[in-house]
Write a protein that binds this ligand. Structure first.
Ligand code: ATP
Length: 199
């Protein structure tokens, strides 16, 4: 499994559609300060479902949409598509090539798609987390983040290892199940109250 290509359109400084084709192995992105190198990494995190504006070095989520320059008007949407080579079947899906796309409009939330089929954020997260990549998997290490890892407490380090080992997905499923149970219990109590009143 490797990242085959990344396409950005209206994402941060990439106003025009920009397609990057990658090869297996190491890829280096070079360029002058402020030319958008980190924006490419932000796009990777964003398309994989990143929800925190701060992690994307912005104040609010809409900051990922091209804000305009002296010679170019702002855009209304940001789009990123990430294509992963899945010939080794690392992603649990029956396709040898998987494209994950995310679109965000200025006036609304995000839309996601896997191989062109609209899906939920949860579907993207689950698809990626099974393979050990994705948001919160520590596959993207930003500037200054190494410091955070080195200074982490033993509990925090355990968290990093658990996430890398793929425990996170199951913990999140457990949390969702517990929340549903809470709601069910509240509903049951309400039904019991009503039954008591009717009697
Ligand atoms: P350095 O080498 O200094 O770390 P870099 O190449 O990583 O720089 P980035 O941080 O990726 O550069 O890009 C910064 C540029 O992106 C700035 O010029 C900033 O104005 C521009 N930028 C960020 N968000 C937007 C946006 N929403 N719309 C337009 N331009 C943006």
């Amino acid at each position: 499994m490797y990242v085959k290509s990344l396409t950005l359109k209206g994402f941060k400084s990439f106003a025009s559609a920009t397609h990057m084709r990658l090869e297996p192995g190491i890829t280096c992105i070079v360029g002058p300060n402020g030319s958008g190198k980190s924006n490419v990494v932000d796009a990777l995190a964003w398309v994989m479902g990143e929800q925190g504006a701060k992690s994307l070095r912005g104040g609010k989520m809409e900051d990922v949409i091209f804000a305009g320059t002296a010679g170019r008007a702002p855009l209304g949407r940001a789009e990123v598509a990430l294509t992963i080579d899945n010939t080794d079947g690392a992603l649990p899906i029956d396709y040898t090539e998987v494209t994950i796309a995310r679109t965000m409009f200025r006036n609304g939330g995000s839309e996601y798609a896997i191989n062109g089929t609209p899906c939920r954020l949860l579907d993207v997260q689950e698809l990626l987390s099974d393979s050990g990549i994705g948001r919160e998997m520590h596959v993207i290490v930003g500037q200054g983040q190494l410091d955070t890892v080195l200074r982490a407490t033993p509990e925090e380090r355990r968290g990093f290892i658990e996430e890398a080992a793929g425990v996170l997905k199951h913990r999140k499923r457990k949390e969702r199940a517990l929340r549903k149970l809470d709601t069910m219990e509240a509903n049951l109590t309400r039904v019991q109250d009503l039954t008591g009143e009717i009697r």
